[in-house]
Design a protein around this ligand. Structure first.
Ligand code: ZN
Length: 165
C-alpha cells in the first residue's frame, strides 16, 4: 500500500496512525516541514491507477504554502541549478502545473487525486504546519546527488527561516 495516501480520515496502516498520534500528542504549529521523496524508475508511469505519460527524470518539488512571501522554491531551484543538478521543465507533472521545477499549492491543485488529498504534506499543512515542501529526486541518480539535492532544499529553507521568513 502507499502510506503517502493514508493520511485521510480512515487510516488503514499502522504507520500513518503512529505518525498521526505522535503529532496529536504534543500538538503544536511547526514553522516548516519537509518530506524527501524518490521518483521511481518506471516507464509508462501508472501512478495511483492513472497514466501520466512520462514521470520526471530530474529534480522537482511541491511547495504547499499559502503565503507567497514565505516560499523558498524559487531560491532552492536556483541553488540546485547552480550546482549543476538538473531540474524538471515539463509543463505538467502528474497533472499539476509545473513552474520550472516547483508545483505550488494551494493554487496548483488541479489533480483530483491530490484534491481528495490524504498525503502526508497535505495532512501536515492542514493541521500542523503552514509551510510544507516535498522534494523529489529520480531513484536512478547516484545516491550522493540525491542526498545533495534534498539537503540543498532543506538548507535553503533553514536559511530563509533564520532570516525570519
Ligand atoms: Zn513523491
Amino acid at each position: 500500500m502507499n502510506l503517502n495516501r493514508d493520511f485521510g480520515d480512515d487510516i488503514i496502516s499502522g504507520e500513518a496512525g503512529i505518525i498521526k498520534d505522535s503529532l496529536k500528542k504534543d500538538a503544536k504549529q511547526y514553522i516548516f516541514g519537509i518530506d524527501m521523496h524518490e521518483i521511481p524508475e518506471v516507464e509508462g508511469d501508472l501512478v495511483d491507477g492513472k497514466y501520466y505519460g512520462s514521470l520526471p527524470k530530474s529534480f522537482f518539488m511541491w511547495e504547499n504554502c499559502k503565503d507567497k512571501g514565505l516560499r523558498i522554491g524559487k531560491k532552492a531551484l536556483e541553488t540546485l541549478k547552480g550546482k549543476g543538478i538538473p531540474v524538471c521543465s515539463y509543463k505538467e507533472i502528474l497533472g499539476e502545473p509545473n513552474n520550472n521545477g516547483v508545483i505550488w499549492y494551494p493554487e496548483g491543485l488541479k489533480n483530483e487525486m491530490y484534491l481528495a488529498s490524504a498525503t502526508f504534506d497535505a495532512y501536515l499543512s492542514k493541521h500542523y504546519c503552514k509551510h510544507v515542501v516535498t522534494s523529489e529526486t529520480p531513484v536512478i541518480w547516484m545516491l550522493d546527488t540525491r542526498i545533495e539535492a534534498h539537503l540543498t532544499v532543506l538548507r535553503t529553507a533553514l536559511e530563509e527561516k533564520k532570516k525570519g521568513k
